[in-house]
Ligand binder design. Structure first.
Ligand code: GLC
Length: 550
């Protein structure tokens, strides 16, 4: 598709919403969210105003990594429902104008996937080369040691010894998640079939799990060491198992497969953590006919400072280089299923202040140039859950207790109402519902014009109404240290000013021109007042979104 044609694609104008299906809505009372549950809540999502839903994995899985360990790419886990349920969800979503994206986890499979079970039977098995099996190095006492020094993300060597065939296999994550061999053309072909299977069914696109990990250095060189880092994984520079140059070829192949169908989208999860320019890593995968979008997770690691957010935006804008390739498109996200929720990251001791920050963060997310991704429950201010050790489910946390308790906190059930278990389930929820659910829930916020939920709705509606907020350029007007950020979004015919006060105290910013600005949305009532003159005083955590009146 030509860049010009692509510029009008739906996903650039869309607001995306990530659902963690286990935790969204349980319809059958088993304590785990499911597809019929999501169907029940589609009207809620439509009223929120989002355009597309991304579902974390719903495929059959032993659930060692809660679905990110796939045992069958073209079926539905019975925990979530049936293929008929999925078709019904797709149809019901489409009937409401909502698009549906699936999460494709293709770097690795589950160790229970038939491909791996076969591959593990013998060295001669035709599927042996579908995974990364290697001889050990001679170790102490004649026992083999791992082929190289690569670490799994969750701790320990990335190589697992297999007694039966006397070789190691590579697992970048859990040992129950063996990495596929993407250098094998048969593996690639099988995965393209998976992609086509869902596209044929009408799925609108994919989030690609750890898209920069697929290819590994062919000669398996040792990673150089780094001095600092919490986990052994952090004490290496990941030169040889991440971002291999040929990895982009795979993304191009995926892109070409997807582009054979109209109107579909790909968004890559780029596994890149600070320090380091995460935007540059992400941008690499959207350039050169790569993916439509890639996540830069800089916001997930940004401290609560206006200048830190401004820097993250600048880096992303610069990395995507809008002057040269204006069709490379950014996106922004505050939270996901792998990192503590933004509202808790930015919480202070005072509840009101925490909420005020959540409003500023939402205004930022929904007025930037780039597709916003909302994480379920963010719109009502669900906090990170505090999970007792005995109830921790996420295996990623276990090697690092007590400093890191894993990712359950950001995965607690959606809080729908003041009913028992927040209206999420009639059974026993798989993770505890936050104790504040009786107060913080959709039902309580639905009709309250001052609620966070209605703030999200208003921002989304505004983004829909104002072309400059969707498609306009981004230009920073000012950033006052940690305190305030002000920028313009401009199209040929429209100019919108966004001013955000990140601080508790009032702050005055200079407006870009003398003209008159009509406030479209703000943190203070009444909203419809004109700003005159060259300066604007924002109260603590004040927000103004205004349009230039010519
Ligand atoms: C991605 C997912 C994460 C998962 C990991 C392994 O980072 O977001 O949840 O555990 O990949 O698939």
């Amino acid at each position: 598709m030509s860049p010009a044609g692509e510029r009008r694609s739906w996903w650039r104008d869309a607001v995306m919403y990530q659902i963690y299906p286990r935790s969204f809505q349980d319809a059958n009372g088993d304590g785990v969210g499911d597809l019929p549950g999501i169907i029940q809540r589609l009207d809620y999502l439509r009223a929120l105003g989002v355009d597309a839903l991304w579902l974390s994995p719903i495929y059959p899985s032993p659930m060692r990594d809660f679905g990110y360990d796939v045992a069958d790419y073209t079926a539905i886990s019975p925990q979530f429902g049936t293929m008929d349920d999925f078709r019904a969800l797709l149809a019901a979503a489409h009937a409401r104008g909502l698009r549906l994206l699936l999460d494709l986890v293709m770097n690795h499979t589950s160790d229970q996937h038939p491909w791996f079970l076969e591959s593990a039977t013998s060295r001669e098995n035709p599927k042996r080369d579908w995974y990364l099996w290697r001889e050990g190095k001679p170790g102490r006492n004649g026992r083999p040691s791992p082929p190289n020094n690569w670490q799994s993300v969750i701790g320990g060597s990335a190589w697992q010894w297999d007694e039966r065939t006397g070789q190691y296999y590579l697992h970048s994550f859990l040992k129950e998640q063996p990495d596929l061999n993407w250098r094998n053309p048969t593996v690639r072909a099988a995965m393209m079939d998976v992609i086509r299977y869902w596209l044929e069914m009408g799925v609108d696109g994919f989030r690609l799990d750890v898209a920069n990990c697929f290819l590994k250095d062919e000669t398996l060189r040792d990673n150089p060491r780094r001095v600092f880092g919490l986990r052994p994984y952090d004490r290496q520079r990941h030169l040889y198992e991440l971002n291999q140059p040929e990895n982009l070829d795979i993304m191009r192949q995926i892109r070409a497969t997807v582009d054979a169908y109209t109107g579909r989208v790909t968004i890559g999860e780029i596994y890149a953590l600070p320090p380091g320019d995460t935007a540059l890593s992400a941008a690499y995968y959207v350039g050169g006919e790569g993916l439509h979008m890639a996540f830069d997770f800089a916001f997930l690691f940004s401290p609560w400072r206006a200048d830190a957010f401004a820097r993250a935006i600048d880096r992303w804008e610069r990395a995507l280089d809008p002057d040269h390739e204006p069709y490379l498109w950014p996106n922004f996200t505050l939270s996901n299923h792998d990192q503590p929720r933004a509202i808790s990251r930015y919480a202070t001791a005072r509840g009101e202040e925490t909420l005020a920050r959540a409003r500023v963060a939402a205004a930022l997310l929904l007025t930037l140039r780039g597709t916003p991704f909302i994480y379920y429950g963010e719109e009502i201010g669900i906090r990170n859950g505090r999970i007792r050790r005995s109830r921790i489910q996420d295996p990623f946390g276990k090697p690092y207790w007590p400093i890191y308790k894993g990712r359950d906190g950001e995965r607690t059930p959606m809080q729908w109402s003041a009913e028992p278990e927040g209206g999420f389930t009639t059974g026993a929820p798989w993770l505890p519902v936050n104790p504040d659910a009786a107060r913080v829930n959709v039902a309580a916020q639905q009709d309250d014009p001052t609620s966070l939920l209605n703030w999200y709705r208003a921002l989304i509606a505004l983004r829909k109404r104002e072309p400059a907020l969707r498609a306009g350029s981004y230009r920073r007007v000012s950033v006052s240290g940690s305190r305030a950020l002000c920028y313009l979004r401009e199209t040929a015919g429209q100019r919108i000013l966004v001013a955000l006060n990140f601080a508790r105290n009032a702050h005055t910013i200079a407006l870009p021109d003398e003209g008159t600005w009509r406030v479209l949305l703000g943190s203070q009532q009444p909203e419809e007042k004109a700003l005159e003159g060259g300066a604007l005083t924002l109260p603590g955590y004040g927000i103004v979104i205004a349009r230039a009146v010519s």
